[in-house]
Design a protein around this ligand. Structure first.
Ligand SMILES: [Zn+2]
Ligand SMILES: [Zn+2]
Length: 549
């Protein structure tokens, strides 16, 4: 018996940067947010989930210049592709928006005005690189040169791809403008900064008291605090971005990192307008009991445990601080880093042509890199689909449904004559369900997929032991069929977050179509009442043939 105190949740996933179409490794955060939201709803929790396209910043501006279109044309196109991908992979967030949304822009401007009023924004002069030919400053990726640390020839203004160190454009040796290839000059400019060091004690207290934060996020953040917090530039000399709302900052925009992160709030604001519920924003973001969850890559941890909470505190608006930051390691592709130019990896627009999007959902969650980097291989992909989903799970469910249809004329029987094997089976499946629920609540999503397969495996073992086909009229057969039907219903529910279509198909055969919308998940063994007439079963899972393996 599972009973829990239910609550309110905001599920957030890293906003995909839409300079290009996402591959498996970047899409996984959106998918996890959807899987997790579906699970919470199944448990009866109150959930909203938000994300959106992150579309400002220099990589997009540079890409647009290369393609000879405006940044907005580029992001309009890629945002449309994102919407199609969400639809294809059945990702149903409460609101998927974009950083060019009017509501986001206004929210960010008001937010920073407030921070300035509260005394946490100040200006400072600094020397930056300037291109006399392009007549512009060269922030971040507008400049390349030699890495001062490792000597790599094509280091970018914000980071060296070879040694991974964070850089400032001014640090590069032999810098050149990426647009015209000319050598830039040094020029003084003024920028607006956020007083992050003012929040050192508050952030330390927040991290130390938030027992929920995983070990990796906690240690990483405490290490950052130990090294000392530095002020963060809020503005950039860019045209493409959100105009800075500060006096004297007319030609500046807000640095993309410092505004996209506020999308978690503005997207909920936008949602409240969409659904016509003005109280929604405060009810979720300002209730200290709300649990906010962030599915992100490990390279994004400090932004979510330090910079974002400090911004929220600086606003003085009593926003709830991040409750859980579930970060993942990297996914490799056949042992290599994803690279579009070298043709290494799978991109989400192509993936759907290889296999049913639902199979991708399940496979990606089964290899979710929760503890260490994981390696995607076609061999494992095929094995998960053909063995785990088809031979184990599909086989058990199809046999359970077919036996009911064949031996019971499609009607779920009453139980009589229970023996100890039946009792053990019932207990085993209920234990696995409870384990699954615990793993999911603890963000061990990968383990939860294993438990789904394990549950079906136990079902197959039970059938192999009982062999109802050998004596279909014997007395114990009723109990066997009754039990395998209940186990199939539990399995369909466990599968729902990962493969909603397959789950609903199974529930539909069981005549329980709306079950996933009713918060009574796994509270009792009997889900399907005796006397229920099931529909004619058919195989829900199919093997795939891959030419590339
Ligand atoms: Zn380097
Ligand atoms: Zn130039």
């Amino acid at each position: 018996m599972i009973s829990r105190k239910l609550g309110k949740w905001i599920i957030c996933s890293a906003w995909p940067y839409i300079n290009a179409i996402p591959h498996l490794g970047t899409f996984i955060h959106l998918l996890t947010a959807d899987v997790y939201s579906r699970f919470l709803k199944l448990m009866g929790e109150e959930v909203i989930s938000v994300s959106g396209s992150d579309e400002h910043g220099t990589p997009i501006e540079v890409e647009a210049i290369k393609q000879n279109i405006s940044p907005r044309e580029l992001t309009d196109r890629n945002h449309e592709i994102m919407l199609e991908l969400l639809d294809t992979y059945d990702i149903e967030l409460s609101n998927y928006t974009r950083t060019e949304s009017r509501i986001h822009i206004e929210f960010v401007q008001e937010f920073y005005k407030k921070l300035e009023e509260n005394g946490f924004i100040y200006t400072k002069k600094s020397v930056q690189l300037y291109c006399n030919f392009c007549k512009r400053f060269l922030p971040d990726r507008f400049v390349e040169g030699i890495c001062p640390y490792c000597g790599y020839q094509n280091a970018r203004g914000d980071q060296c791809d070879k040694c991974g160190r964070l850089l400032e454009p001014i640090m590069l040796k032999n810098p050149y403008c990426v647009i015209c290839k000319n050598r830039p000059v040094k020029k003084e400019t003024t920028h607006w900064y956020f007083d992050l060091p003012a929040f050192r004690d508050a952030i330390r207290e927040y991290i130390e008291n938030n027992k929920q934060l995983p070990e990796n996020a906690r240690n990483f953040s405490l290490q950052w605090l130990k090294e000392g917090l530095k002020e963060r530039a809020v503005t950039r000399d860019n045209k493409w971005g959100i105009p800075a709302p500060f006096k004297g900052a007319e030609n500046k925009t807000i640095y993309v990192w410092m505004e996209a992160v506020l999308g978690y709030l503005s997207a909920v604001k936008e949602l409240s307008i969409k659904v016509g519920d003005e109280t929604l924003f405060d009810r979720f973001w300002k209730d200290p009991k709300t649990k906010t969850v962030f599915f992100i890559g490990k390279d994004n941890i400090p932004f979510h445990t330090i910079v974002f909470p400090a911004l929220l505190l600086a606003s003085g608006d009593n926003y709830v601080l991040p409750w859980q930051v579930s970060s993942t390691e990297f996914i490799l592709f056949e042992g290599m880093k994803f690279s579009k130019s070298r043709g290494i990896g799978v991109w989400m627009d192509e993936a759907k042509n290889v296999a049913d999007p639902e199979y991708w959902r399940f496979v990606l969650m089964s290899i979710r890199p929760e503890v260490k980097d994981s390696n995607f291989t076609w061999k494992e992909f095929k094995q998960i689909i053909n063995n785990d989903l088809n031979d184990v799970l599909g086989n058990f469910i199809h046999r359970s449904l077919s036996f009911t249809y064949k031996y019971m004329k499609g009607v779920v029987p009453k139980v009589d004559n229970i023996d100890s094997d039946d009792n053990i089976f019932t207990k085993t499946i209920m234990n696995l369900c409870e384990k699954y629920v615990n793993r999911m609540y603890n963000f061990k999503i990968k383990e939860a997929t294993r438990l789904v397969v394990e549950t079906a495996r136990k079902g197959n073992e039970y059938l192999s032991k009982k062999r109802p086909w050998e004596a279909p009229s014997s007395k114990n057969v009723n109990a066997v069929i009754y039990n395998t039907i209940q186990a199939s219903a539990h399995l369909a529910l466990m599968l729902y977050p990962f493969m909603p279509k397959a789950s609903i198909t199974i529930l539909n055969i069981l005549n329980l179509r709306d079950l996933y919308q009713k918060p009574r998940f796994m509270r009792e063994w009997e889900i399907v009442k005796p006397g229920t007439r099931i529909r004619k079963p058919f195989p829900v899972f199919h093997k795939i043939n891959l030419q590339r393996t």
